[in-house]
Design a protein around this ligand. Structure first.
Ligand code: ASP
Length: 358
């Protein structure tokens, strides 16, 4: 009996190691296929407004964000993990209008929106008006995976973040002098009252000029679309919204189908004046044109951006299909953007006339 048991255990051990070798051999023969594309906002980005240092800083920031997601995908991780990793890098970087560095409301607060959608399972999560959760994209994901809901807003959303153990910060964490100065300038132009400087923030002279990127204050939203080595496609977007927004204004970013959408074959993240993207359900319609009408993804993205322009909207989109086709489309003079796949190191671009795709 003991001899039989030993034989049984040995057989199991051998089968186990053979299986492990097969996995390794498969992984070695077939390189994992994956693609990631990101944006860091679209707007009036003029070469004349940009110093070479600033230009290089943006390109480095985009590359770092692509790298964070690529690392996940290269190791066989999921598109959702890659999207969260890339977006968290940009949420922590004050150069972007998401998380730290977000624009201010007219009342002088940061009010953050984010959404994520898993095209494979058709699940989605979104948050609006968050002010204490360090990574709004992580919260959107928690809504998708740990709540029965799709969208949570305001204090309730932050309370849910606490309940699932997500990192909380003081609202001053999101403060940057550059965005504060932009708010004051916008409020002065509009003749609106200037709110008190948020508690816990100190003026940092010079910080604003060093980070100035022209007179376009609305943009800088971040978004990522990715397909992983198992063909799972997803999209995510995170933003502080528009400068001097009032009355609890919410843009397209957390509105599933408008600023963020993923289906089984396609994923889109948008940036620009949200009011127009919501009316045209831009993200969902791009995927509809691609999936249902069989339109190549680049044409579908162009078609929706042209419709957006026709009703007075401005902005851009990144779009991706499960075969790894990437599209960038915008009607602004620039969109911070880039992509990578299993064969291509991160390629980034800023201005609309730059080619970033092969
Ligand atoms: N789409 C965002 C919003 O309207 C802003 C942006 O992309 O810059 O809230």
């Amino acid at each position: 009996m003991i001899r039989f048991l030993c034989l049984f255990v040995l057989t199991l051990a051998f089968a186990g190691s053979a299986a492990a070798q097969n996995v390794a051999a498969d992984a070695g023969d077939e390189p994992l296929r994956w693609t990631i594309a990101i944006h860091g906002g679209a707007g009036t980005i003029e070469r004349s407004q940009m110093t070479p240092e600033r230009d290089a800083e943006y390109r480095a920031a985009l590359t770092a964000a692509i790298e964070a997601g690529s690392e996940v995908l290269r190791n066989g991780g999921s598109s959702l993990d890659a999207i969260q990793a890339s977006i968290e890098v940009m949420e922590d970087n004050p150069m972007f209008n998401a998380g730290r560095g977000a624009v201010f409301t007219a009342e002088g607060a940061n009010s953050l929106d984010a959404a994520i959608m898993d095209g494979e399972m058709m699940r989605a999560g979104a948050v609006a008006g968050v002010s204490r959760t360090r990574h709004p994209i992580a919260l959107a994901r928690a809504v998708m995976e740990q709540s029965p809901h799709v969208m949570l807003a305001g204090e309730g959303a932050d309370a849910f973040a606490v309940s699932v153990g997500l990192e909380q910060v003081e609202p001053a964490f999101f403060f940057t002098q550059r965005r504060w100065d932009q708010l004051i300038e916008t409020l002065n132009q509009r003749g609106w009252p200037i709110p008190e400087r948020p508690a816990g923030t100190e003026p940092t002279p010079g910080a604003s000029a060093a980070l100035s990127d022209g007179d376009d204050h609305r943009f800088g939203t971040v978004g990522v679309v990715a397909v992983d080595s198992q063909g799972r496609i997803a999209a995510g977007t995170s933003t502080g919204g528009t400068t001097a927004k009032r009355w609890g204004r919410i843009g397209d970013t957390p509105v599933i189908g408008a600023g963020t959408w993923a289906g089984r074959g396609c994923a889109v993240s948008a940036t620009g004046t949200g009011e127009y993207f919501i009316r045209l359900t831009v993200a969902r319609d791009i995927c509809g044109l691609n999936d249902i009408n069989d339109m190549p993804i680049a044409e579908a993205a162009e078609a929706m951006i042209s419709e957006l322009g026709a009703i007075g909207g401005d902005g851009g989109v990144i779009a991706l299909t499960t075969d790894g086709s990437v599209a960038f489309s915008m009607n602004t003079s620039g969109m911070y953007r880039g992509w990578a796949d299993q064969d291509t190191a991160p390629r980034v671009a800023i201005y609309s006339d730059e080619d970033v795709l092969p």
